[in-house]
Every structure is written in C-alpha cells, then in structure tokens.
Design a binder for this molecule. Structure first.
Ligand SMILES: [Mg+2]
Length: 227
C-alpha cells in the first residue's frame, strides 16, 4: 500500500518568514492613519488579524464594524508592503524553509497556509519572500477571528483545489506558537513547533507540540513530515 500523502499546513510569521517587525509597525501606522493615534500594545504571536483588529477597535472604544475593519486593512496593507521593501527591517526567509518546501512537494505532499494573516496580507508576505509558488490555497485570519476555527477551512480549500479527499487525519500543522499547536489539536492534527519566533523550544513542548525543533533545518523535521 502506498503511503497516503499529507496535507501540510504552514503558519507564515516566524515559521516561514520573519518580517523583522515590518508587519507590527504597519499595524501601528495604520492605527495612526485610521484613528489618529497608535493602538494598544499588540500580542501578535499566533493571533489572527481579525482578532487584533477587534482589540484595536476596543482600545479606541469602537464596536466591531466590518466596513471599518476594511478601512483599516486598506490602510494597513500598503503600509505593510512598503515596510517589507524597507531593508532596514532585516526581514528574511527563515533557515531551511525553501529546501523543506521543495522536499515536501517532491514527496508528493500538498502544501497550504494556515495563518492569522488576512488572505491579502499573507499573500503579500509569501510573495515578497519568493515563497508564493508553493502555496495555492490557505485558511486565513479573515475566515475566522478565532484561530482554532481555521483548520476546517484549510481542509475544505485543499480538497477544492486538489480534488483529493483530505481529512484531519492527513493534516500536520507547522507553526511557532502555542496558538498554532492549539489550532492543530482543535482538529485532532499533530503540530510541529518551530522555535524561530518568540516561544522557546521548552515552551512549545510544554504547550503540547508533537515535535519541537530549533529551526526547520533540523533532520528530525523530515521524518515527522514523512519526507
Ligand atoms: Mg507565527
């Protein structure tokens, strides 16, 4: 019997790429453009953009409003794109990522994004860093503000896109925070935790990562992802 191919769902920030704060700064700049003042301190690690925007609205005493959310994104996205082009942020693709994505594809696995970025923001980031060709679909922060609800969107899109019949049993999530781990476990999928963000190896293990590694160059990654 041939081994069933996997659906590998990658987080973006601090898993595939580190924008060096380009995204975080754009959020503050967009607050200034939209509300005339910087927003609250942001806890971005593993958060969805929709969740962050709800926090910003609460900070400025606004009820949630979809039109205002879109106005905010219209300010945020070009600012983020400009910041990504600004080399002083020192943004980069994280170690081992291009090689790993290529190896996953060669092994016959299907790759997708599972990120708190809204779709437009996530695609700007993976395009900027030359990774867009690997990702034809994803689940994003505009599918739901609660990251734990994103897994089923990713599976549905994978099936639409590939014509295969992936279930949660076929999924492995790769991410850098406890929120990625919780999101994977919410659909019963394992999570590879990678300590290239704000959370340490021991924090990822404590949070229940099924494997935790310092970065994606570690040899144990390949066995875990069945490549
Ligand atoms: Mg992340």
């Amino acid at each position: 019997m041939t081994k069933r191919s996997k659906l590998l769902l990658f987080d973006v920030d601090c898993t595939l790429v580190d924008t060096g704060g380009a995204g975080l700064t754009a959020l503050s700049q967009a607050c200034v453009e939209t509300f005339g003042a910087e927003g609250p301190p942001f806890d971005l690690a593993g958060s969805t953009d929709g969740g962050v925007v709800r926090g910003i609205f609460a900070h400025f005493g606004k009820d949630y409003d979809a039109a205002l959310e879109e106005t905010f994104y219209q300010a945020y996205l070009p600012l983020m794109e400009a910041n990504l082009r600004d080399e002083s942020y020192g943004g980069r693709v994280l170690p081992g990522v291009p090689e790993l994505l290529g190896a996953c594809e060669e092994a016959g696995h299907t790759l997708g994004l599972l990120t708190g970025n809204i779709e437009r923001g996530g695609l700007i980031k993976v395009s900027h860093y030359g990774l867009a060709e690997h990702f034809q679909f994803g689940a994003y922060g505009d599918d739901h503000w609660d990251r734990n609800k994103l897994g089923p969107f990713a599976i549905e899109r994978a099936n639409e896109h590939t014509g295969k019949n992936f279930t949660a049993e076929d999924v492995i999530v790769i991410g850098d925070t406890h929120k990625d781990i919780n999101c994977a476990h919410a659909i019963g999928a394992p999570c590879l935790g990678v300590a290239t963000g704000s959370q340490s190896l021991s924090q990822l293990i404590e949070a229940g990562a099924d494997l935790a590694v310092e970065d994606l160059t570690m040899p144990s990654v390949r066995g875990f992802l069945e490549i």
